[in-house]
Design a protein around this ligand. Sequence first.
Ligand code: SAM
Length: 226
Amino acid sequence: MKFYVIGTPIGNLEDITYRAVRVLSEVDLVLCEDTRVTKNLLNKYNISTATFSYPSDNLATDTKFEKIIKLIEDGKTLALVSDAGTPTISDPGSVLVQKIKEAFADIEIIAIPGPSAVASALSISGLPASDFTFLGFLPHKKGRETLFKEISVSERTVVFYESPHRILKALESLVKFTPDRKIVIARELTKVFEQIVTGTPADVSAYFNSNPDKVRGEFVVMVAGK
Ligand code: SAM
């Protein structure tokens, strides 16, 4: 019994391994977030495997979980992907993997490694990356300020994900809590308008405030340690 967890591109559809393409074409079903996103990827590689949108982690009692468990019981081999990057990394899938492990003591859960925005961003940041703190998405309200305080005393590089709706607010907080730290923003990695912006929080904030056309796409924020 095998269950695959497969990393897929974070933008550029060429960023997929030979092994991922082979496994995606061999499995019985691909569990995904948005079937349209995954079908777009599968079509590029002429993969005709059926897709099934899996339940988010908040819906632990969703009947879709039961359906997935039943498919595995029936001997089907499934693969899990997310819309972009590595499943479960700031993405749903953790509860599913946990439940499958609980339900089948002898199942082999196999990682097919692929891109993740956090690793890609750090690799080109020029910041120390031997060890770092990854915060995923910051909470929108409760606990947000506490995290910025934690970032301000961190001796390690801190990395977090941010949406275009909140990036200016996040930069404002970095100006307040970590004014002297070097920060690096990686935007739209692997895509046509990929961009890296480096500087103090004030520099980077000024840049994005005066270039509203750049406040779009996906962002990874990296803050140098103390
Ligand atoms: N599972 C994904 C991974 O392994 O990186 C992360 C998915 S999370 C829902 C989406 C967030 O990841 C975006 O808001 C952004 O912060 C980051 N991200 C994903 N793709 C990106 C890209 N091409 N460039 C920069 N950041 C990206």
